[in-house]
Structure formats: C-alpha cells, structure tokens
Design a protein around this ligand. Structure first.
Ligand code: APR
Length: 228
C-alpha cells in the first residue's frame, strides 16, 4: 500500500514551533507580506534575514515530538511505500529518523544563492550577508519558498499522488495552495483520504475521514492501527 503523508505547522506545534495562522492573523508579530515574499526581501533584506535567523536558531533548540517519531517508525516498517511531503521548513522529520521527506516549501537549514543558484546546508545567521560558499558573492537568501514562488518537487509530488492508495494530511490548515489541493488530486487519482488535525481545516469536507485532536496523540494511534 502506497501512503503519502502531507504535514504542516500543526505537526511541529507540540515541539514548540509556532504555527502560522494564529487568531491574530500575524506570524510571530509580523504580517506575512512583510517577511515571506520576494518583494519584502528586495525592500528590506535585513528585516527578512533577522526574522529567519531567529527561526533558524529557535528550530535548532527544539526536539521532534511523538507525531514525528510515529511517522519515522512507520517508514521503518513500510520503507519506500511511505513518502512524507512537508510544508514545514524545520528539520524535525529528519531528526526523528524519517528519510523519505520532501520539503516543498524549502528548508530553514539551507541557504540559496541568488547569484549562482547553489543551495548550501546552513545553520548560521544570514543577516550579516556572508559570502556564498560556491561563488563568493554575498547573495545568500533563506532557501524557503515565499508567497508568489514555485514550491519545490511538484512533479515528484504529483507522481506520488497518482500512485497513492492512502493520503493523510496532518496539522495543516488547508489555506495555502498547491498543498491544499493535494487531497482532491489524491482522491481523483483513487486514494482514500484521512485528515488528522487539531480542528477541522478549510478543506475538511474533501476528506473521506477526519479525526480531530493533537498530532502527538492522533498520529501514534493511527500508525499503531495501521501496523495493527
Ligand atoms: N496537532 C495537530 N494540528 C494542530 C496542532 C496540533 N498540536 N496545533 C495546531 N494544529 C493545526 C491548526 O488547527 C491548523 O489547522 O495545524 C494547522 C496549522 O495551520 P497553519 O498555521 O496555516 O500552517 P500550515 O497549514 O502548515 O501553513 C501552510 O503557509 O505561510 C505558509 O509556507 C507557510 O508552509 C506554510 C503554509
């Protein structure tokens, strides 16, 4: 059975990583347009760098939770039959042991050079405009996909959705496309669909089954059930 799991900010919430769409509509006190668009970076690269530098430091201090671990356990049992597509830019899936993970919105621990297009593992700040390890120009930006930019790996994702027997969405609000459309694509390709989320997402009604509660409880239960 091929399983495709889509994860969002909710799976990392119990690790202490804040989600995006809190009640006040701000993302850690910033309007998303002020920090997560190419225009924001062109306008004030220092503000955007400081924002992501802070998140990069924070993410290195938190730990994966029971939901990340359960997905890693599932991969150990079913191997290549599981693919995790994450919208998250943290590395908590990998640190929990998952290997088959696609970061469709990029990674905090990576820097992208605007001069040479190189991508480099990066755990340090960028606000001091360090030189690119590839070409030497000080043109590094966070290797994250901003609003208005094309997510990574969309072809691979579509192929995985075509082959999926089961599509499971965990901890995502279903507010951001194209990820929000994966449930309908998977359904159209013939997969069963399941939502595991704290509260009904915007696309809850597109799923065959929905379960609501914290990911740290729901995901281990679901994995136990599956491995029965
Ligand atoms: N367990 C399960 N779900 C949770 C938990 C939890 N402990 N805590 C919160 N959630 C749910 C919320 O109910 C919400 O539906 O997780 C979801 C988080 O939604 P968002 O904050 O919108 O995050 P996400 O869906 O990942 O955002 C998508 O938006 O800004 C962009 O690029 C960014 O990848 C991000 C994308």
């Amino acid at each position: 059975m091929n399983i495709v799991v889509l994860t969002g900010a909710g799976i990392s919430a119990e690790s202490g990583v804040p989600t995006f769409r809190d009640a006040d509509g701000l993302w850690e006190g910033h309007r998303v347009e002020d920090v997560a668009t190419p225009a924001a970076f062109d306008r004030s690269p220092d503000v955007v760098h400081r924002f992501y530098d802070e998140r990069r430091r924070m993410v290195q201090k938190v730990e994966p939770n029971a939901a990340h671990s359960a997905l890693s356990r599932l991969e150990q049992m079913v191997g290549d039959s599981l693919l995790v597509i994450t919208q998250n830019i943290d590395d908590l899936h990998e640190r929990a042991g998952s290997r088959r993970v696609l970061h469709m919105h990029g990674e905090l621990l990576s820097a992208l050079c605007r001069a040479c297009d190189g991508r480099f593992a990066w755990d340090d700040d960028l606000a001091d405009f360090p030189p690119c390890p590839g070409c030497g120009y000080s043109e590094l930006r966070p290797d994250v996909v901003w609003f208005g930019e094309m997510p990574y790996e969309l072809d691979t994702i579509d192929r995985a959705l075509q082959k999926a027997d089961l599509f499971v969405s965990i901890g995502t609000s279903g507010a951001v496309y194209p990820a929000a459309g994966f449930v309908r694509a998977a359904s159209a390709y013939g997969a069963s669909t399941l939502e595991l989320n704290l509260a009904p997402s915007e696309g809850s009604h597109f799923f065959d089954e929905t379960r609501h509660g914290p990911a740290g409880t729901l995901v281990p239960h679901w994995v136990d059930e599956l491995l029965g």
